[in-house]
Ligand binder design. Structure first.
Ligand code: TRP
Length: 500
């Protein structure tokens, strides 16, 4: 069967942006900026975008495009021995990251509904507790699942199923052609509205003024690098699958720049809305900006709704403001979550020739059931643990291996197979984009990635992550990483239906 194709190149860019721009750009980005010293974070963030983001984006686009394949098939095309890397990426994102990511979208959905009457009252903390349960104790009340969260989950999995079921052009491209322009317009409205609030200036000063001394802190750089992976959906197997539906003559480099810079720019602009609003809250409560948020993770769910309740507007305008914010988060999250379902589906279609519709249905159903794990009361704590381990090991290791497999192994395999060096250069052309990029992804990117993995590893073996009970960290953190790794080896050992 002929491989599906995007309708237009712009459609592809919008879909790639749809995957990149997500909860990560607003919820995670703002609290990363907040926790890492405001303006100080912006410098490592942009450096990481250019030095890690762009080259890896070019690499992933090239892999998908060159092999016309999902991540596992792209790796298997270099060498069967490396196929597991592709499976591991799609498996841990599908049965790890997305399970809790959709739970967070479900909270957003609940906030969206509550926005109509500002239902969190003056106490968004209670509303969040109602959604996530009061316990940060990972073992307590495991079987208490929140009905409101489940309702949201069912809706979001249904939307995901519906969009991906319709296919690349009619489903994903179509949805993103609506979502991305809408997202940009609504975000600009929110920004213009927010920067005019009293006190906004103080918030923006905190957001934009670099505190150079923080740059000595290695933690800030690591946070920026992990944020870039998560935000650009790199190491997820997603960009490889998306690029596999491009036509022969697609402008890969332009597309990679458009996606990486567009994603950074979106975060940067959305930050104006968030920090102006925090500035307003600081002004209203008479405290300095660095003190208005009690806990970073809760920024979008506690501090922000609280600020909305305090806005100097009539009720109806506050309702609109709240709807705007949570609707933006909702559609941003949706266009990201569909991308991993597509990445997994294309992997199953490539390897086992499972039809799209069967695969999408199976993924949506198992995904829904899996998400229930994080909709339990201790799900909040579990999410934190799984997020830490999958982001630090999964994404980083996959990116490291991508650079090594393509930068070295691919070239060696090809060289051994081909007698004529001209053929070699024709084949590696797509991975050989000028000396600077070659240097970045054969030397700098692997070195930085190896360092990141190594430093996370030393930290995580010497101390228990986040003061959670050890068994929780062993099972949910290490356990999840190892279980998905085993699954990846098992799947990759199965024979291919058809040729690679
Ligand atoms: N890049 C997204 C963000 O910044 C995250 C993301 C993309 C994602 N695709 C995903 C998360 C699939 C989970 C599953 O929010």
């Amino acid at each position: 069967m002929e491989r599906e194709k995007w309708g237009t190149n712009i459609g592809f860019i919008l879909a790639a942006l749809g995957s990149a721009i997500g909860l990560g750009n607003i919820w995670r980005y703002s609290y990363m900026v907040y926790e890492n010293g405001g303006g100080a974070f912006l410098i490592p963030y942009w450096i990481a975008t250019l030095v890690l983001g762009v080259p890896l984006m070019i690499l992933e686009f090239s892999m998908g495009h060159r092999f016309k394949a999902s991540a596992p098939k792209a790796f298997a095309s270099v060498s069967r021995r490396w196929e597991w890397v592709g499976w591991w990426a799609v498996i841990f994102v599908m049965y790890g990251i997305v399970l809790y990511y959709i739970v967070i979208i479900s909270w957003v959905f609940n906030y969206l509904i509550a926005s109509f009457n500002l239902g969190w009252g003056g106490e968004p903390v209670n509303f969040l507790k109602q959604l996530v349960g009061a316990d940060l104790d990972p073992w307590k009340t495991v079987f208490m699942v929140r009905p409101l969260t489940i309702l949201g989950l069912a809706l979001i999995w249904f939307l995901n199923w519906f969009i991906v079921y319709r296919g690349v052009e009619k489903g994903i491209e179509f949805a993103n052609k609506i979502i991305i322009p809408l997202l940009v317009v609504l975000t600009l409205v929110l920004v213009v509205w927010s920067v005019n609030l009293p006190g906004a200036k103080e918030g923006l000063k905190f957001y934009l003024k670099p505190d150079w001394s923080r740059l000595k802190d290695l933690g800030v750089w690591i946070a920026a690098a992990t944020q870039i992976f998560f935000s650009l959906s790199l190491g997820f197997g997603i960009m490889i699958a998306y690029a596999s539906y491009l036509p022969e003559d697609a402008p890969l480099i332009t597309n990679a720049f458009a996606t990486s810079l567009g994603n950074g720019l979106y975060s940067f602009i959305a930050g104006f809305a968030v920090f102006s609003t925090l500035g307003y809250m600081a002004f209203k409560q008479g405290v300095p900006v660095p003190e208005v948020v009690e806990q970073g993770f809760g920024l979008a769910f506690v501090a922000y709704p609280k600020a909305i309740s305090l806005l100097p507007f009539p009720h109806i305008a506050k309702v609109l403001f709240a709807l705007l914010f949570f609707f933006i988060l909702f559609i941003a999250g949706l266009s990201s979550s569909i991308s991993i379902i597509e990445a997994f589906t294309s992997a199953l279609m490539d390897k086992f020739k499972i039809p799209r519709k069967t695969s999408v249905t199976a993924l949506a159903v198992t995904g829904f059931v899996g998400s229930l794990v994080f909709a339990t009361r201790p799900g909040f704590a579990w999410m934190d643990i799984v997020d830490h381990f999958l982001n630090n090991y999964g994404l980083a290791v996959v990116a490291l291996l991508e650079a090594i497999v393509v930068g070295y192994i691919f070239k060696i395999v090809i060289m051994l197979k081909l007698k004529d060096s001209r053929d070699y250069f024709r084949l590696v052309e797509e991975f050989h984009i000028g000396t600077i990029w070659d240097f970045l992804y054969t030397l700098l990117v692997p070195a930085v990635m190896a360092y990141l993995v190594f430093s996370s590893l030393t930290r995580d073996v010497t101390s228990v992550y986040g003061n959670y009970p050890l068994p929780a960290v062993l099972i949910l953190g290490w356990g999840w990483v190892i279980a998905t790794l085993i699954a990846a080896f098992v799947v990759s050992s199965r024979p291919w239906k058809g040729k690679i």
